[in-house]
Design a binder for this molecule. Structure first.
Ligand code: FES
Ligand SMILES: [Fe+2]
Length: 329
């Protein structure tokens, strides 16, 4: 088992990752996508989305230079054609009588559309796509933050979004209550490839007024590194979704979606909501990008934990279990 879990950990091939908002991919493609340090070609046909490595097996030309013809992707160099599952179905130079060699086929992948994002699993997924029961609930309005690429590992960013001890220090200008330093006991429960936690603390309300209020935080973390966080305020319920795309070893794109009752009541709050969440995110990002490591350790001895860190220790357990399950095939 690899000691550190970073954006190129082999277990991530068997997990679901967002690769972009649906709205980013205009037309049929092929579109260029980067995931776990590799390049892929994504395209759309009548049968849905497909994704294959962005390298033709013939002379290694990028297939993103090719063209989508109905259900197949044709390479721009010598015209080989690939179906959505990677099967090479035509090599023009050998005519219809020729035999396509086994080495001409590419690996396919699973591609799904959910939460307005395109999701990919490169190999048979161990953990399911995140289930968000509140999705589509009419009580919520919704905003999407523009996707951002951080110079940090997805596991580190998830660690940060789950962390209940950093608010009074990292978020002094936005949500933190400087006097709320002690992390009180909180509930934590593991269920397969997800775990959840319930926490209560005091925080600044989200209108930038600096007013302090007690809020509840209900976390759900979905392997490998996706988080939903339900925030309960006296006059609002908010659901923040953090979905991570491990682009390469040092880079992660994060897709943040906020559902809120207040946004339903008053959709004009959208721009200020986005601006405020971006300010909160910037505080995290400025800190995280200074870390010299880009993954989280799975084995003891690299970090010091306390009881306040139970939730982020649980993340390490889930990632370690994922690494073991992937290694076991
Ligand atoms: S390199 Fe793609 S068909 Fe030759
Ligand atoms: Fe934070």
């Amino acid at each position: 088992m690899s000691e550190w879990f970073d954006n190129e950990h082999p277990a991530l091939r068997r997990c679901w990752h967002p690769v972009g908002e649906v709205a980013e991919f205009e037309g049929v493609g092929p579109h260029s996508v980067q995931l776990v340090g590799e390049h892929f070609a994504l395209w759309r046909s009548a049968s849905g989305w497909s994704l294959v490595p962005d390298q033709c097996p013939h002379r290694l030309a990028p297939l993103t230079q090719g063209t989508v013809e109905g259900d197949v992707l044709r390479c721009a160099y010598h015209g080989w054609c690939f179906e959505g599952d990677g099967t090479c179905v035509e090599i023009p130079a050998i005519g219809t009588e020729g035999t396509v060699p086994p080495s001409a086929h590419l690996a396919g992948a699973l591609v799904e559309e959910r939460y307005g994002l395109i999701w990919v699993a490169l190999e048979s997924p161990i953990a399911p796509l995140p289930e968000i029961p509140q999705w589509g609930d009419e009580v919520f309005g919704l905003v999407r933050l523009p996707p951002q690429a951080w110079n940090a590992g997805a596991a580190q960013m998830t660690d940060n979004f789950l962390d209940v001890g950093h608010f009074p220090f990292t978020h002094t200008a936005t949500i933190g209550d400087a006097n709320d330093r002690v992390v009180h006991d909180y509930d934590l429960a593991r269920d397969g490839w997800t775990f959840s936690a319930h926490h209560e603390h005091s925080a600044q309300v989200l209108d930038g007024s600096g007013r302090i209020e007690t809020r509840t935080m209900d976390f759900a973390c979905f392997a490998p590194h996706h988080v939903s966080l339900r925030l309960g305020y006296a006059d609002d319920t908010i659901l923040l979704l953090f979905f991570h795309q491990p682009v390469d070893r040092d880079t992660t794109r994060v897709f943040v979606i906020q559902l809120a009752e207040s946004l339903k009541r008053d959709p004009s709050l959208g721009p200020s909501t986005i601006e405020f969440q971006q300010a909160v995110g910037k505080e995290d990002r400025d800190l995280l990008e200074t870390l010299r490591t880009k993954g989280v350790p799975l084995t003891p001895g690299h970090e010091s934990h306390t009881k306040a860190d139970r939730i982020t220790v649980e993340l390490r357990r889930v990632l370690a279990d994922l690494a073991v399950a992937a290694a076991a095939g």
